[in-house]
Design a protein around this ligand. Structure first.
Ligand code: FEO
Length: 174
């Protein structure tokens, strides 16, 4: 049985991940409004991925006989100053999520909950990828410069992203 404080952190993480899904969907809508359909697609897929992260934790709580308690999800922003502003805010948000994941692992270890510690290693690794993706998008944008052609090419490239459900979620839902 999970300790109450660990269970609370897991429930809060479901909310953080659902908020991430909202945030990236809002960013996707912003890109759509700017006519950048490739960026919009990338963020739309990212929103699905965040929802999957939430569902992985949701299923984990249920599988360990915990109690899922959903919390309100605050409204995300809907305006940004520039493309670079969105990309930078994405990295900042991912760093925030990483800090929350690290805290879960830290508390799980203090409570000797090695199941949660082990399970959340998937999220530790996932955050490496999430921050790397956010960093790469910033790097690409900055190195390509801001002329229309470069932005068009980046938009084309980001538009090729396809959603693939994480294997871990597929396993948990089976
Ligand atoms: Fe679920 Fe982008 O971290």
């Amino acid at each position: 049985m999970m300790k109450e404080n660990v269970e609370l952190l897991l429930n809060q993480q479901v909310t953080h991940e659902l908020y991430s899904a909202q945030l990236y969907l809002s960013m996707s809508a912003w890109f759509s409004a700017k006519g950048l359909s490739g960026f919009a697609k990338w963020y739309y897929v990212q929103s699905y991925e965040e929802n999957a992260h939430a569902m992985i934790i949701y299923n984990y709580i249920l599988k360990t006989n915990g109690r899922v308690v959903l919390e309100p999800i605050k409204a995300p922003p809907h305006e940004w100053d520039s493309v670079l502003d969105v990309l930078t805010e994405t990295l900042k948000h991912e760093e925030f999520v990483t800090s929350k994941i690290y805290n879960i692992v830290d508390v799980a270890r203090q409570e000797k909950d090695f199941k949660v510690d082990q399970f959340f290693q998937w999220f530790v690794n996932e955050q490496v990828e999430e921050e790397d993706n956010a960093n790469k998008n910033i790097g690409k944008y900055e190195s390509m410069g801001m002329d229309g052609k470069a932005l068009y090419l980046m938009d084309q490239e980001l538009g090729t992203r396809v959603y693939v459900a994480p294997a871990l979620l597929t396993t948990m839902e089976a």
